[in-house]
Write a protein that binds this ligand. Structure first.
Ligand SMILES: [Zn+2]
Length: 44
């Protein structure tokens, strides 16, 4: 799921599955829909 977090007086939207952060909620939600923590395709 997407969680919100505040940093540097900005609100960020974080994919709780992989930890990726977005400055746009729609981007975060779209990412989360396609996020697959079972198959990490990049280095952590
Ligand atoms: Zn993700």
């Amino acid at each position: 799921m997407v969680v919100t977090t505040e940093r540097d007086e900005m609100t960020w939207y974080k994919c709780e599955t992989c930890g990726l952060m977005f400055d746009d909620q729609a981007d975060a939600i779209q990412h989360e829909e396609h996020c697959d923590d079972e198959d990490p395709s990049y280095l952590q």
